[in-house]
Design a protein around this ligand. Structure first.
Ligand code: SF4
Ligand code: SF4
Length: 360
């Protein structure tokens, strides 16, 4: 069986319908009712509309939910003995399909995999969800105003992290299997062979690349940022407008700060629960220690942490950037703060060149 299937635009819902029986949940980009221009990954049910627009919020919550229960616990008193503590781990990991993610979303999942799966300790909650995840990527027909995936090593037609890649051509879509899992699923969907459409696919992907403006060279950005690290005037200036709202981190497919809280009463009949919730390093309280000391007490230091983690320290640890260039942090920042401008300013600062907004 060929790795390529062909379907018309009208058959996109049919593709989802044929994939769905193999999963417990299918998340598709869906226009959010009552919220202007908001597209979210929502559970699909037969007949529900599918938007093929780039989602406002990435599908990160499929593996790293906004809030999840790690375990529940209960203390039962015993008149004859010491109180008994019972712990019940709760790992919720439905077999999930993410449909029509963009290449930057799929790369975002690869970026999350390293700290959660390849560190000394594997995170069992993330691992269980990731293991049951399948990703169908839709390549982008062109770049957009805020995205810069080609700065960080991918591009609008990148296939990393996808099991199946969909590409729009003039007469419809071509679905290409990228993994064994993707191949088996496509075979079960039984669409027409798309091998003869490969030249059109290549042409569409080439056109997407050609729509991009040249990217600046970020191959040395980690050492550029290291040289700028101690220059607090630089970080203060670059962060002046920031409101510390954290939107940039909550919309980001690659941010993985979290906090742990206990809720409920261990001695009540319902017991207590330990929860993990997404958190954000741009918040003042994120790093405040129990003593009251805060190693990042102002927004310049927090921005420095955010930027250097993405382009310096993560790269030193894992050999890649912790940014997929999706541009959501730029698009959703209420004051228009642009992480690309900070990188370019750091380059200009170390090379003494004018701070040109090149590549945008
Ligand atoms: S979204 Fe903008 S204003 Fe809000 S914390 Fe991020 S950079 Fe600052
Ligand atoms: S830092 Fe900004 S551009 Fe990079 S992945 Fe996060 S939201 Fe996207």
């Amino acid at each position: 069986m060929s790795a390529y299937s062909y379907l018309t635009a009208q058959e996109i819902p049919t593709l989802v319908e044929r994939l769905a029986p193999h999963f417990e949940q299918v998340l598709v980009p869906t226009e959010q009712k009552g919220v202007k221009e908001s597209v979210i990954f929502a559970p699909w049910t037969k007949g529900s509309p599918i938007s093929l627009a780039k989602a406002t919020v990435p599908p990160k919550a499929a593996v790293f939910p906004k809030c999840e229960t790690l375990f529940s616990y209960k203390i039962e008193k015993d008149t004859q003995d010491a109180p008994k503590l019972t712990l019940n781990p709760e790992i919720y990991a439905p077999k999930t399909l993410i449909f029509a993610a963009r290449p930057c979303d799929a790369l975002g999942l690869n970026i999350l995999d390293r700290p959660f799966l390849q560190s000394h300790y594997v995170d069992p909650y993330y691992a269980a969800k990731r293991d049951k995840l399948c990703v169908v990527t839709l390549t982008c027909p062109s770049g957009c105003e805020n995205c810069f995936c080609h700065w960080v090593g991918i591009g609008p037609a990148a296939t990393q992290g996808a099991d199946i890649v969909l590409t729009a051509i003039k007469s419809g879509y071509v679905a290409q299997a990228m993994t064994q899992k993707g191949q088996e699923l496509l075979e079960k969907c039984a669409f027409k062979d798309g091998t003869d459409k490969v030249p059109e696919v290549n042409q569409a992907r080439k056109a997407a690349w050609e729509s991009l403006k040249p990217a600046p060279d970020l191959s040395q950005i980690h050492s550029t940022l290291a040289q700028s690290f101690a220059d607090l005037d630089f970080w203060t200036q670059e962060t002046q407008a920031c409101l510390s709202c954290g939107a940039c981190t909550y919309f980001c497919p690659t941010c993985y700060c979290f906090t742990i809280t206990d809720e409920g009463d261990a001695q009540s009949p319902q017991g207590g629960q330990r929860l993990r919730s997404q958190d954000n390093c741009m918040a003042q309280l994120y790093t405040r220690e129990a003593s009251g000391h805060n190693p990042r007490p102002n927004k310049a230091l927090r921005m420095r942490n955010r930027v250097t983690h993405k382009y310096m320290t993560y790269k030193e640890t894992w050999g890649a950037f912790a940014c997929s260039g999706c541009g959501r942090c730029i698009q959703h920042c209420p004051v228009g703060l642009d992480i690309r401008a900070i990188l370019l300013a750091a380059i200009a600062r170390t090379t003494n060149t004018p701070d040109m907004q090149g590549g945008k």
